[in-house]
Design a protein around this ligand. Sequence first.
Ligand SMILES: *Cc1c(COP(=O)(O)O)cnc(C)c1O
Length: 399
Amino acid sequence: MTLSNGREYLAIPGPSVMPDRVLRAMNRAAPNIYEGDLIDMVAAMIPDLRAVARTRHNAAIYIGNGHAAWEAALANVIAPGDTVLVPATGRFAHGWADMAHGLGVKTDIIDFGRSTPLDPARVEESLRSDTKGRIKAVLVTHVDTSTSIRNDVAGVRAAIDAAGHPALLMVDCIASLACDRFEMDAWGVDVMVAGSQKGLMVPPGLGFVFFSPKAAEARARMPRVSRYWDWTPRANPEHFYQYWGGTAPTHHLFGLREALTMLHEEGMEAVWARHAALARAIWAACETWGQEGPLTLNLTDRAYRSHAVTSLRIGPPHGTELRQWVSQKAGVTLGIGLGMAEPGDPAWHGFFRIGHMGHVNAHMVLGVLGAIDAGLKAIGVPHGPGALDAATAVIAEAA
Ligand SMILES: *Cc1c(COP(=O)(O)O)cnc(C)c1O
């Protein structure tokens, strides 16, 4: 039999669960894009968006996914033939580097593997040895969604400053924004990219690029930037269509407005604290399962674990078996292991991820953990007892 009939639950690291309030806000007729409510709403929304990014500076919005935001950010400040330094801790850092490569940019990659956070000292060393000033930017992935490593962005800023290097600090917060603490201005970040479908709880389709005055100066020095990617009119539009380089993404904007309202009602500190507590509950359960049997968290050091996603190893074929069991029998979809092994390699079936970004609360997380616990029993994977007790103890204490 199956016990999956009921509300399906998506626990993958993006797209994330959409709040009913966001869905209701989007359920409306097409609005006028030339005058009226939409235009007023957007003008008032930009400051709220900046507040989530913790910046006083510029915000540009693109109709596109995270990959579009990656390209947009690069296209404004990095010219073909320039070099970027990429400390990599998983698949997404390599993805952004590959995007740069496609634009004719040289990429110096420092590969930290899949289970070690980046070391700012190695970044500093590379910058110090760049005596000709070839490196135009350091590309950091705050949370790498494949490995669930959260990197020390402020540490990279300190490394750039210690080396006395003029490189821009560019950060991918697509997985982490509104989940893990991120302080764009306080941490000296020049460019930050984000997407709508993770911590921001809106369907995929909006990409965001936030940029500092220093990044705006770098943009001004570019020999040329394509009209579509140019962030200048998007961040300072004279006409409404210039925000989007064309027709506005109307319904996404109503969804985003509602999501930002929800984040502001809760408060960013409370949003971060909620994600931190729920992450600790998940880790407590996973560490308890791991006391017997093959399940382990990808990252040992809690200080570098993301609060938005958790990557796990369980050995092939149990990752795939477990995902299938919880989906078919319990109505919960877990994330595949991404970038941990090549698809086609039997090892690929030994990983899975739990997404816990955005619209998640204690009962949602406990439901996922309960489904996994049942799945481990059903498929016969040995595991330590008491994982749910460990998780509920964390939640009882945190709340
Ligand atoms: C999801 C994600 C991306 C890619 O976003 P898309 O919307 O799939 O293009 C890039 N970086 C990180 C860290 C992500 O989590």
